[in-house]
Design a binder for this molecule. Structure first.
Ligand code: NAI
Ligand code: MG
Length: 396
């Protein structure tokens, strides 16, 4: 096996607890790599006025593969107050390092699998008139979220400058708002480009093809957002022509959220623009165990970074031993293996996790629906380390 180099960015809080657990598992499946630890997050902001230092960007640019834990971000006022004194008042602006990373490397395809592990007490169930009174459908849904534009393109104003207002006035629908004072008017631009739409839809179809799924669902709102959702849907129809055996279904975001409460098992691959994909992936993740199980990949043409979707959970970061669930991070590492063609190893990781979950002897506090905190362990929850130990045991 060619030796890979992976840039590891644990970041803040529990990122530092879960990322090392993923490395233990990667080692156990025989994945040999050089790991290059890199700085990202709140400490970088405080000490350097930049949450994503150039040295980390350089490492990613060079090695093209990253594993990321989580970062802490805080509102602007707190961000300024926590800068080290020499840096204060020098015009430093806090930018989310993840958003910056996605933009800098055009990590435009965000892949978020939401796959239920049988036996997980957090799995979605629904009423059924049969003997058990309920049923647990098997959910295997992956959301493809456009990661760099749409509602999160970052083009926004409160009190837009006059040239922007003039452009808005040129639209007939703006008449109704023309008299609103600037300070009372906020505008966020929802921007979609055809090439990025093509890439995200194509990634969804490629995945459906690889997994043998019968269709892809484009989830937008083209009846109202005629231009932007319209372009997403039109592009999806166009891309679908390249995949004759795979159907293209179309749902509206509002209806889709209703469907996922009724028949989530019917959706294997969903593709959406940035905000809708963000909402959909959290909603689906809630059906299969929530943040402790939600993995993701940010995939560009050159660089790819894999991360759990959860944040730094500061309230648990100081607990010793750590109690948070490492599975989301470990699943993210498995996604990284898939990405570099190491699917056999990835599959054995997922099988080991499935075995631990099915057996049900080792469960972190979230899986037991306990309140997080130092008491959780004495109430029967496994620690972060114990959960990883259990997974490693199944690998042996
Ligand atoms: P969070 O994801 O850190 O935590 C939300 C809740 O989910 C926590 O209270 C905890 O109960 C639970 N949780 C999270 N990860 C868990 C795990 N692995 N196992 C078990 N339970 C887990 O989100 P929150 O509290 O909104 O934000 C905390 C910080 O994280 C903020 O500074 C926020 O900006 C940042 N954040 C960073 C993200 C990233 O790095 N990708 C994503 C989301 C938030
Ligand atoms: Mg989110």
């Amino acid at each position: 096996m060619a030796k890979h180099t992976v840039v590891t960015m644990p970041g803040d809080g529990i990122g530092n607890q879960v990322l090392p657990q993923a490395l233990r598992v990667l080692k156990a499946v025989g994945f040999e790599a050089n790991y290059l630890p890199a700085d990202i997050g709140w400490e970088c902001w405080r000490n350097e006025g930049n949450a994503l230092p150039e040295r980390t960007i350089d490492l990613l640019a060079k090695h093209k593969l990253g594993l990321f834990g989580a970062i802490t971000s805080k509102p602007n006022r707190e961000a300024q107050a926590e800068l080290k004194p020499e840096l204060r008042g020098k015009g430093q602006v806090y930018y989310s390092p993840i958003v910056t990373m996605r933009q800098r490397f055009n990590l435009d395809v965000c892949m978020r699998p939401c796959v239920g592990f049988p036996g997980n007490p957090l799995n979605y169930i629904r009423k059924n008139p049969g003997a058990a009174g309920f049923e647990e459908p098997s959910i295997d849904s992956t959301i493809f979220r456009q990661n760099t534009e749409g509602m999160y393109a970052g083009i926004e104003w409160t009190n837009p400058p006059e040239n922007v207002r003039a452009a808005l006035r040129s639209h007939a629908k703006f008449k109704a708002f023309a008299q609103v004072p600037g300070a009372d008017l906020a505008v966020s631009v929802r921007l979609i480009t055809r090439s990025a739409a093509r890439r995200i839809v194509n990634a969804a179809f490629q995945y459906a093809k690889k997994r043998g799924f019968p269709g892809v669902t484009i989830c937008e709102k083209p009846n109202v957002l005629r231009e932007t959702s319209g372009m997403m849907e039109e592009t999806a129809k166009d891309v679908a022509k390249d995949y004759p055996g795979i159907a293209l279904w179309s749902t509206n975001i509002d209806a889709q959220l209703m469907w996922l409460n009724k028949n989530p098992e019917d959706y294997n691959v969903i593709v959406a623009s940035n905000l809708f994909g963000d909402i959909l992936s959290d909603a689906f993740a809630g059906l299969v165990g929530g943040l402790g199980f939600a993995a993701s990949g940010n995939i560009g043409e050159e660089v790819a970074v894999f991360e759990p979707t959860h944040g730094s959970a500061p309230k648990y970061a100081a607990l010793d031993p750590p109690i948070v669930n490492p599975i989301a991070m470990i699943l993210s590492a498995a996604m990284m293996l898939d990405h570099i063609g190491e699917s056999t190893r990835a599959e054995s990781i997922r099988k080991a996790i499935a075995a631990v979950v099915r057996e049900g002897k080792v469960r972190t506090y979230d899986m037991l629906r306990l309140a997080g905190g130092p008491k959780a362990l004495s109430q029967g929850a496994a620690s972060t380390h114990e959960m990883t130990d259990a997974i490693l045991e199944k690998l042996n």
